[in-house]
Every structure is written in structure tokens, then in C-alpha cells.
Design a protein around this ligand. Sequence first.
Ligand SMILES: Cc1cc2nc3c(=O)[nH]c(=O)nc-3n(C[C@H](O)[C@H](O)[C@H](O)COP(=O)(O)OP(=O)(O)OC[C@H]3O[C@@H](n4cnc5c(N)ncnc54)[C@H](O)[C@@H]3O)c2cc1C
Length: 245
Amino acid sequence: MSEVIQKPRTARAVGVVQAVRNVTPMMQRITVSGDEITDFLTVEGVAEPAAWVKVFLPSGEGRAYTIRHIDHEAGSIDLDFVLHGNDADSGPASAWAAQASVGEHLGIAGPRSGGFSLPHDAEWVLIAGDTTALPGMQSIAAQLPPDIDTKIFVEVANKAEQQAIPSPAIVRTHWVTALSEPCQALCKTLLSQSLPSGPGYIWIAGESTAIRTLRLHYLQDLALPKHRVSAKGYWKAGEGDHKDS
Ligand SMILES: Cc1cc2nc3c(=O)[nH]c(=O)nc-3n(C[C@H](O)[C@H](O)[C@H](O)COP(=O)(O)OP(=O)(O)OC[C@H]3O[C@@H](n4cnc5c(N)ncnc54)[C@H](O)[C@@H]3O)c2cc1C
């Protein structure tokens, strides 16, 4: 008899923008709530580390965003949008978030896995990314076991983009200031890092071309087994609505 493969449940919901808040100059938090969002919060996987949704803008266009925070009591979710351009040509999602107002409708579909799967024997974890991955890194950090040795590397445009990354684990956070190319500074920093001994786990996300470079020149050299690494391109310079292959 053939095995029945159960696909993870996914759902769609339309919520109402309940709040818009500038977390840092380049990071806009949109809080979405409503009856459909309350139902959405019951879907399996919604609270997994770095879980994400496809967000459908009022224009109908869709982009991927991490579930930054869930408030079960209020029945709301927070999505943090990097503001990388204020007109639709530089990115409809960024442009919408920059000017979003309370009462607007926003669709979401998902949740999808953020790819963070900590092996049971991991003694250390290395988490790295740019500002698009910061909501994912914050979500992961908040759910780490307390006894795990954790290093976090975040590339930001400048000091004003640094944020708190609360965690029950002992975390050393390194803020890396961006150079001219996206994730160039992050790559340079990671390439100079030696890893702790013992079994561990690496999660990296950011600009796609840079992630590819890291896969070829850093992760490959480390020769870690597949289940000890997750590296994903979250966007690609010069390409709208990029999907990592
Ligand atoms: C699983 C996943 C989770 C993600 N979570 C988040 C999140 O929580 N917060 C978040 O802000 N982003 C997140 N992203 C990245 C986000 O989906 C992309 O940045 C997306 O391209 C933004 O859409 P847009 O409409 O603004 O720009 P697009 O229309 O996709 O692109 C238009 C132009 O803008 C450029 N561009 C896109 N993003 C950036 C950027 N960040 N900086 C500079 N230039 C850019 C593109 O290269 C292109 O030239 C996530 C992506 C994935 C795959």
C-alpha cells in the first residue's frame, strides 16, 4: 500500500491593519488583526522559528514576509518591512509599507517553514543575515534552548538599524555595517570566522547572490552535513519578486 504524504496545512486570511510603527528608520512594523487572522493563528507551524507568509498587498501583488510576532490574546500578527524604496518601481511591498495606514486590508497565505531545524545534539548555533532576515533571526533567538552557545551576525546599513534580539540563550551579537554591495560585509565577516568544536547548526538568510557565494566559499568548505545548515536567499539585487531556487 502506498504511503499517504500529508501536506502541511496552509491557510489564507485577510486582516485589517491595526497599527503602523517605525521600529527603526528603515524598518516599518505593520500589525494586522481581525477574525480571519485569529483563525489563521490556529494553523500548525504559525509560531515556528522564522515562519513566514506570503503577504498580498492591496494592489494584489504578493511578497514573502516573516511572522515577526504573534499576540494570541489580541489575535494579531506583526510583520516587519524593510523600507528599501518609497515608490512602486523600487518595490511595491516596501512602498506600500512606507505609507500604510490603519484600516487598510492585507492578505496573507501560509504559514511556510523558515527552515530552522535545530538538531537535538547541537551545542552551538550560528545565525546570520541582513535586515530582511532580522525578523527571522529575532524569531529564532526567542525560541532557542537556554544552554546553547549562540553567535548572531547581522548586517545593517548603520547603527540606527540595530535592534534588540532577546533570547533565553547566551547570545553574542555582532553588528556588521554594510559595504557597497549587499551582504558583502556579512560575507567577509563570516569567512573570517572559525566555528566552535562539537556538533552545531547554521542558519543564514539575505541577498541571494551573496548567499550563493557563501554556499560555495564558506559552507562548502565547512563540509557540514545537510541537516546542519540552512542558507536561503531572501531577495536579489536588481530583481523584483525573486524566488530562491
Ligand atoms: C522566507 C522569506 C522571508 C522574508 N522576510 C522578510 C521580512 O520579514 N522583512 C523584509 O523586509 N523582507 C523579508 N523578505 C524579503 C522580501 O520578501 C524581499 O525584500 C522582497 O523583494 C520585497 O518586495 P518589494 O516589493 O519591496 O521589492 P521587489 O518588487 O521584490 O523588488 C524591487 C527591487 O527592489 C530590490 N529589493 C528588494 N528587497 C530589497 C531590500 N531588502 N533591500 C534593497 N533592495 C531590495 C530588488 O532587488 C528589486 O530591484 C523575506 C523573503 C523571504 C523569501
